[in-house]
Design a protein around this ligand. Structure first.
Ligand code: GDP
Length: 445
């Protein structure tokens, strides 16, 4: 089951819960059954699923709850907390320090996306103002140096490698020493992979690691490998003792289970995910935002960061509103407009609050079409409706029908936007303000 499907299944189980007239043991069991089935179908390890189930049951003791308690809220929170827990090992990843060399060593199997990810990561730090360089110590795969050279040149990142030297340890050491002497702040070392986990690969990794003494070893894992993720992550953890994970190929159709199981097996955090073959297709990974996006709740921090990265400065009003814990339909509309200028759409969809999970599926063209429909719907709303909260629609439901007619869409689609909007506005209200959502925004890396 792909990520968007997993999100939709969990979401619909939570919606079923919110509609249940009475919340009792039976309703809770049905909810957990649906959520667990969805997680299993996404290749999440069975023990983890069992743990989630038990923990929710333990933290929500329905029989002992008093009459005045909002059981639905408590259950929803318990489920969300457990979902966050699944992808959060509670370990802080390495944070590079300004003004001194920080050596990153990338490890992983051949084809996982190591070389591609090296440049993506280098470009990420370069955009943030770090002095970055790349070292190619992959002497095993023919063409690895050429690939890195090509990518690095495109991104204007200095690189080091050799066509003649075939000892990866010497190359790695020479490259790192050279860039250290030249006062580079982030030095990323690409190492060889093999088709499968073998002693020779692990031995080489250990030697390179001993030579360059990395500040951070990052395990690059193909996010599409499903059940195999657990054993692969375990084996690399034992051999290379990596500190964090970058999960690649997490584009629209990837399963979520790999990431979840790898985190659990290695107790190491995922720091980034690769979402495509291009240089910018690297997203910071944060457990809460990953889960929220998966459930179609959007992620404001991610969106704000992307807007900042693209040097767009049209979100001042939005920032002001968020700080005050306010979020209007107009804010949502403005964001949609900004997003449509930022393209490619499918890469940004998940960040938009109010974006239903199934919007993330399908081709760029399909996403773009669905996105335009949502814009049309909001174009058919009056200024008062956009600037207020959705009270206007609650008071006068005939407006929903009229907006649907005016935009050539369906009542269901309008309702869906309003539901997503309400959910996010509520989140802004409870999490917003100076001490909340935005001030917790990571600044770097
Ligand atoms: P390496 O052998 O680990 O160095 O792997 P490469 O960097 O050569 O990548 C192997 C293949 O995976 C290439 O075709 C890459 O374009 C592709 N790839 C890497 N990362 C991603 C990603 O995040 N998404 C997609 N769709 N493809 C990726």
């Amino acid at each position: 089951m792909v990520l968007a499907d997993l999100g939709r299944k969990i979401n619909s189980a939570l919606i079923d819960l919110s509609k249940a007239p009475v919340v009792d043991e039976k309703v809770l069991d049905a909810l957990l059954k649906d959520i667990c089935a969805a997680l299993l179908a996404s290749d999440v390890n069975v023990m983890l699923v069992q743990r989630l189930r038990n923990n929710v049951k333990k933290s929500v003791n329905i029989n002992e709850m008093g009459g005045g308690v909002n059981k639905k809220k408590i259950i929803q929170k318990a489920v969300m907390d457990e979902l966050f827990e699944l992808v959060d090992p509670g370990v802080e990843p390495y944070k590079p320090v300004k003004g001194r060399p920080n050596v990153f060593m990338m490890v992983g199997l051949q084809g996982a996306g190591k070389t591609t990810t090296c440049t993506k990561l280098a470009a990420h730090y370069q955009r943030k103002g770090w002095k970055v360089a790349l070292v190619c110590a992959d002497t095993f795969r023919a063409g690895a140096f050429d690939q890195l050279k090509q990518n690095a040149t495109k991104a204007k990142i200095p690189y080091y490698g050799s066509y003649t030297e075939n000892d990866p340890v010497s190359i790695a050491l020479e490259g790192v020493d050279k860039f250290k002497a030249d006062r580079f702040e982030i030095i990323i070392v690409d190492t060889s992979g093999r088709h499968k986990q073998e002693t020779e690969l692990f031995e080489e990794m250990k030697q390179i690691s001993a030579a360059v003494q990395p500040d951070s070893t990052i395990f690059v894992m193909d996010g599409t490998i499903g059940q195999a993720a657990e054993s692969q992550a375990k084996a690399f953890k034992e051999a290379a003792d990596f500190g964090s994970i970058i999960m690649t190929k997490m584009d629209g159709h990837a399963k979520g289970g790999g990431a979840i199981s790898a985190v659990a097996a290695s107790q190491s955090p995922v720091v980034f995910i690769g979402t495509g073959e291009h240089m910018y297709d690297l997203d910071r990974f944060e457990p809460q935002s990953f889960v929220r996006k998966m459930l179609g709740m959007g992620d404001m921090r991610d969106l704000v960061e992307k807007v900042q990265d693209m040097k767009l400065d049209q979100n001042k009003n939005l920032m002001k509103n968020l700080e005050a814990g306010r979020y209007s339909l107009r804010d949502m509309y403005d964001q949609f407009q900004q997003i449509s200028k930022m393209g490619p759409l499918s890469k940004l969809m998940g960040s938009i609050p109010g974006m239903p999970a199934d919007m993330l599926q399908g081709s760029e063209e399909e996403s773009s079409k669905r996105f335009k429909r949502m814009m049309c719907i909001m174009d058919s709303m009056t200024d008062a409706e956009l600037d207020g909260d959705n009270n206007a629609f609650e008071k006068d439901r005939s407006r929903i029908v009229r907006v649907a007619q005016g935009s050539g869409t369906s009542v269901h689609e309008v309702e869906e936007i309003l539901t997503q909007y309400t959910r996010f506005a509520q989140m802004v209200k409870t999490m917003g303000g100076k001490s909340g959502l935005l001030s917790n925004m990571p600044t770097d890396p």
